[in-house]
Design a protein around this ligand. Sequence first.
Ligand code: MG
Length: 272
Amino acid sequence: MYGMRTFLPFCFLAAVSLTAQTNRGDLGFTDTPMLPGQPWHVHDSNRPHPPIVTPGKTPGAPPSDAIVLFDGKDLSKWAQRGRGDDRGKLIDAKWTVRDGYFETGSGTGEMFSREKFGDIQLHIEWAAPPVVKGTSQGRGNSGVLIMGQYEIQVLDMYQNQTYADGGAGAIYGQWPPLATAPRPPGEWQTFDIVFEAPKFEGTKLVKPAYQTVFWNGVMVHNHKEVIGAMVYRKVGVYTAHEPELPLGLQDHGNPVRYRNIWVRRLKGYDQK
Ligand code: MG
């Protein structure tokens, strides 16, 4: 047990030892070998430092540099395509918000973020309908449509079977997830996605998109090359598009729930 008498000298010694470490050169060196292919010495004291990001208070909460797209309150960051008289327009998202989440399946169609994104880290939480209905692709189907077209499938996979490249966590129609890691219907699940946007020069693809995905903390894609845009029963192809596009969420008529959605733009986070 620490009394004040023992605690204070301990603090003093800790401060002295920190100063001593700094003086020993712990903030870097310039007399060390060069790193291969890099303009920096090993432990280079002149190398730019990474930005400081304050992590969220709890696991899964948005860090300080995140753009929060849904915090449980409203859909002001989202829109959907109009129908009828509003055809061709983006209108306010109509999905219902309650108890800190919103739910697909009301038949109003896909929802899109008002903001456009290219390379991102995305955190999104979803829950399959608590009342189990349907089988295979008919059971809790939705999807995260990055750039509105590169889908990570959302599907109730708890004791449910479907074609391998159509299960939850799949790059739909292209690559099955490396593992199926579902939680039961009604329980919250997480996707953590790192998406590298494709690059085009004119109409020509010069770099494909890549997906890295964790489902409930389990890696299901590791920097996987995307074949093209999501399509059903066909091979996806790339069609040149803008460097940034809205994030989409699919509405397949099933009541899939979403909450806690945030993204970090990765531009500027290249290692220097
Ligand atoms: Mg889907």
